[in-house]
Design a protein around this ligand. Structure first.
Ligand SMILES: NC(=O)c1ccc[n+]([C@@H]2O[C@H](COP(=O)([O-])OP(=O)(O)OC[C@H]3O[C@@H](n4cnc5c(N)ncnc54)[C@H](OP(=O)(O)O)[C@@H]3O)[C@@H](O)[C@H]2O)c1
Length: 279
């Protein structure tokens, strides 16, 4: 009989991470899931530690805590098959209003926490010559023109870039990576509890403020179903050739096509300039 696969999911007390953890457990997988709040995690999942579930209290920005978490997963389950770097949050504010600290904190969670997990998880993948990594970007990490979301886009473009490099680096070891670009999904993402908003908006940025208000208004009405996103990730993880790029939701599909069209337009309409720079 094939052994159940071992998944490691970050940011699992709500939203996409929670939906995935629940689906995986229901499907008989072995799941290690992290949260900043262990009580919230076990309450949301509906179970404390079992022989198939390892809830972990982890501050993902602290490398030693991440290392200890990966060690605990290996100690309990013996190996890891799939890593899902899911934890992340939105930060709204124009570049002029966001502070250096706000943006650094944002990169700490959305980008550097992923690097922390990879640094300690992929040695196991490399030695086992198998494994799959999902890194949660966003459609805002593929098409970046959303006013008031500049820091978020910057973090998610970083996730996209690091995943492309990771996929290339790990390919010789039989390890694959997928960057996931969700559109709007109905999670806690846009709630006051999850979304950080600059406390010092600059009134002159009327368009950015209108965009921020529109997004806040969308909370609870997003078209994307986290349970269905979880099913797609599980399906992709079970294929022998998972895609490098995975878009989730009709809004993401449409926005990605528009971005590609614009890039192609700029590429071709400036071809004479682009090709004019060689010695
Ligand atoms: N929902 C959307 O429309 C959407 C669209 C595009 C991309 N995404 C991305 O999808 C991922 C999951 O988001 P979601 O929609 O499920 O949002 P969510 O319901 O707010 O859940 C986000 C998860 O990330 C973790 N997290 C949030 N802020 C954190 C912080 N400061 N430090 C550590 N962990 C933190 C939380 O983990 P704990 O509280 O358990 O520690 C939480 O479980 C994120 O990376 C997000 O950027 C979401």
């Amino acid at each position: 009989m094939k052994h159940p696969r071992v998944w490691f999911v970050t940011g699992a007390s709500k939203g996409l991470g929670l939906a995935l953890t629940q689906k995986l457990l229901a499907a008989g997988c072995l799941v290690a899931a992290t949260s900043r709040n262990l009580d919230a995690l076990v309450t949301a999942v509906g179970t404390r530690e079992t022989d198939r579930f390892l809830p972990l209290h982890v501050n993902l920005a602290h490398e030693r805590e991440v290392e200890a978490a990966i060690t605990a997963v290996i100690a309990k389950f013996g190996h890891i098959d799939v890593v899902v770097n899911n934890a992340g949050y939105g930060l709204q504010g124009t570049f002029e209003s966001l502070t250096d600290q706000e943006i650094r904190d944002h990169f700490d969670i959305n980008v550097f926490s992923i690097m922390n997990v990879l640094r300690h998880a992929i040695p196991h993948f490399r030695k086992a010559r198998q494994g799959h990594v999902f890194n949660m970007s966003s459609i805002g990490g593929f098409t970046g023109g959303y006013t008031g979301w500049g820091s978020y886009s910057a973090t998610k473009f970083a996730v996209t870039g690091l995943t492309e490099a990771l996929a290339a680096e790990m390919k010789p070891f039989g390890v694959s990576a997928t960057v996931v670009y969700p559109g709007a999904f109905r999670t806690s993402f846009l709630t006051e509890q999850s979304l950080a908003v600059s406390p010092n908006p600059i009134p002159a940025y009327t368009e950015a403020q209108a965009s921020i208000d529109r997004y806040l208004d969308m909370s609870g009405k997003q078209q994307g179903d986290p349970a269905k996103a979880a099913e797609v990730l599980m399906q992709v993880a079970s294929t022998s050739t998972p895609p490098l790029h995975l878009f989730l939701g009709p809004d993401a599909y449409k926005a990605a096509h528009e971005k590609i069209k614009h890039v192609l337009h700029d590429l071709d309409s400036n071809k004479h300039l682009t090709l004019s720079t060689s010695f």
